[in-house]
Design a protein around this ligand. Sequence first.
Ligand code: BEZ
Ligand code: FE
Length: 283
Amino acid sequence: MNAYFTEEGSVETVNARVGPNVNPRLASVMAALVKHLHAFAKEVQLTQEEWEIGIDFLTETGQICSPERQEFILLSDTLGFSMLVDAINNRRPEGATENTVFGPFHVDGAPERPMGANITLDGKGESCLFEGRVIDLDGNPVEGARVDVWSDNADGFYDVQQPGIQPKWNNRGIFVTGPDGRYSFVGIKPVSYPIPDDGPVGQMLGHLGRHPFRPAHMHYLVTAPGFQKVVTHTFVGDDSYLDSDTVFGVKRTLVAPFDRVKGGATRWRSPFDFILVPDEGAQ
Ligand code: BEZ
Ligand code: FE
């Protein structure tokens, strides 16, 4: 192994520089990162100009970040990396509800509402009854599950994207299941919308001939004592972006029925059960 840098020995030279008393996990993650990063440059024969474009892109991605905007996560999302990391960390048995991408629009501390309450405070959109059960893998109801829900409004914006235009907590709420494990609430049939695309990630999508849209979905964060947390959505089955979600969040099992209701209190009904897996690490 050569202490001096050569093209052929680049990986070994860089990784050999790591000190003796380093966190072993950090050392192995960084060694693999260096290996794959160098292999990438060698595979594409990266030019100096392309390296500079990449550095400028990452710099702009950092510069547009703020407490309200996380462009690096958006980059990870649009490269399918968020979904990959989520998949690696949330392998579940057949039948359990699958995870999908969390997204940037969840807000902690949404109001806990009575079962069946209407979460649509701006009065826009086509009303939809969302209902189902939170159950375990054997079909037993899960009591005390917190079903935290959020969606865009009928114009395709989350309340936090339009402060002063939409009421605070519009299309958000938390519902806690009783002994029957049932949840229900009234929202709207969600609509498809573009992710924030006025920054470097939007430019990247444009250069790659990709659109910025997500298919219509309702977000869920379902937590219950003794069970793994589920971060997921249900998708509207007739959406034209289902096959081209810009963040790759769609899974077949998450496409939910949205049935037209004739003469009911809501125009649509969307039934969906959440099937939770025990958290082995929990006491
Ligand atoms: C969302 O569904 O809210 C979302 C997910 C990933 C990136 C942007 C938005
Ligand atoms: Fe969303």
